[in-house]
Design a protein around this ligand. Structure first.
Ligand code: PA5
Length: 446
């Protein structure tokens, strides 16, 4: 197994028999998940995706990525939530948070349509000046407000720059295979389209065209990404907690939550993991937070946040546990020099790499935080490459589905997301929301 559950630091917090006690439930829920008899069973396409993905579309994604690499300096990726977080997370982890500033033969990539902010969009528009631009609009529904507004703006930019016909070969649409306004527009205009599969929800979509086109355009080997996910699909097919570390992780979080540890902090000592944290927060938060239940997913990057959140984690209210994603090997290495005059007192570290120091920070922190009564789960990931990241993504998907079923909710829907949208549309005067508008205006005292 690539990604493994290291329970060494959890031992003082969870007894072995507590895992055993949940095995019958896990066995039953595994059957429910695999046989599609549970809540949200229409959205289990991710289970066999690494094996059964559409090869013809995959080849078109690679061809489109090659074209984008050749004719594009700035690639604009429009999407929000599940239509955005995964690709950004993989690109930043695999390359760097400074991806756009690197010397490279791939385009700069900017993610827009994930907020409603003039300043943000104006800044990205300014970055496109004098550059060759292509756009990937990603929206399953095709009607989400944030990406729709951004697409309107960037389509106009492309049409102004390249003319209506010239812009067509620079717009890639990832949406539903048959329905929605975006699909209709793409068909009318002749844009190249890719499909958000019917049976895969946004937060489970990074290894579909949703994530794969931007990821491939950045130069990541998507064959390896899928091969890693396939290895996870094979490794994590058992209902036995002792043989399935993603289920062991799901069970550990469930046991801790039952003890009132209902905040989970996903921690990494790798700064490039920050957007993976965000992807994971959507995956678990949107999947589990229902019916007044679920763990609240938080995140931190150490050692950075040890100098801010560290105090709270060590000594604040005891409501959380940590899950550390620990990489066995750093991407690159930097060694600390010896100075003739040890003016900064750091010669005791001379000859050591930064990663050696980072690992001692990890070990010291796990011991300190567990001493401070914060349970620590450690997920061991051998290294940062496309194969391991594909594996890790599947590991979290599988854990999340089991976690959701253990909590007794539907891990594949997100009904709560609609509430703010309804209010916003009413307040904006969208046709059809007139009666809601009057009620909301009154509540706002207008
Ligand atoms: O996970 C989800 O379903 C959401 O985060 C959606 O992906 C997000 O709201 C964007 O929706 P759409 O792809 O329809 O624009």
């Amino acid at each position: 197994m690539s990604v493994t559950f290291n329970g060494k630091y959890l031992a003082p917090f969870i007894n072995a028999h507590e895992y055993d006690a949940l095995q019958p439930q896990v066995t039953a829920l595994h059957k429910v998940l695999r046989e599609g008899t549970g809540l949200g069973s229409d959205f289990r396409g991710w289970i066999e995706l690494p094996e059964k993905y559409d090869r013809e579309e995959f080849a078109r994604i690679k061809a489109a990525a090659q074209k984008i690499k050749k004719d594009t300096q700035v690639f604009i990726v429009i999407g929000i939530g599940g239509s955005y977080l995964g690709s950004r997370a993989v690109i930043e982890l695999m390359h760097s948070p400074f991806y756009n500033s690197l010397k490279k033969d791939t385009p700069d990539i900017y993610f827009v349509g994930n907020n409603i902010n003039s300043g943000y969009l104006n800044e990205v528009l300014a970055l496109c000046e004098g550059k060759d631009v292509s756009v990937n609009i990603i929206s399953k529904s095709g009607t989400t407000t944030e990406p729709s507004i951004a697409f309107r703006v960037f389509r106009a930019l492309l049409e102004k720059k390249y003319g209506k016909d010239g812009s067509k070969g620079r717009i890639y649409v990832t949406t539903d295979k048959a329905k929605g306004t975006l699909k209709k527009l793409a068909t009318e205009e002749g844009y190249e389209t890719f499909v958000v599969p019917d049976d895969i929800g946004g937060r489970y979509s990074v290894l579909s065209a949703v994530g794969l086109l931007p990821i491939a355009a950045s130069g990541v080997d998507i064959d390896e990404l899928m091969a890693g996910a396939k290895a996870a699909q094979d490794d994590l097919a058992s209902d036995d907690i002792a043989k399935n570390d993603s289920y062991k992780y799901a069970v550990a979080r469930n046991i801790l939550a039952r003890r009132g540890r209902d905040i989970e902090i996903l921690v990494s000592y790798e700064p490039a993991f920050a957007m993976m944290n965000e992807w994971w927060k959507q995956l678990f938060g949107e999947s589990e937070g229902k019916d007044n239940k679920g763990l609240y997913p938080a995140s931190a990057i150490f050692s950075t946040d040890l100098h801010s959140l560290g105090q709270f984690i060590q000594q604040g209210s005891r409501t959380m546990f940590e899950t550390v994603v620990h990489f066995g090997q750093a991407k690159t290495s930097l060694t600390i020099d010896k100075l003739d005059e040890d003016i900064d007192g750091l010669n005791f570290l001379a000859g050591k790499t930064l990663d050696y120091v980072n690992d001692r920070a990890f070990e010291g922190t796990v011991l300190a935080h567990t001493d401070g009564n914060v349970p620590n789960v450690v997920l061991e990931v051998p290294k940062i490459d496309a194969h391991e990241i594909g594996y890790l993504i599947y590991f979290f998907w599988n854990a999340c589905a089991m976690s959701g079923y253990l909590v007794g909710i539907n891990p594949f829907d997100q009904p709560g997301v609609e509430s703010y949208k309804k209010n916003m549309f009413a307040l904006l005067g969208k046709p059809g929301y007139e009666s809601e508008k009057a009620v909301l205006e009154a509540r706002l005292g207008r």
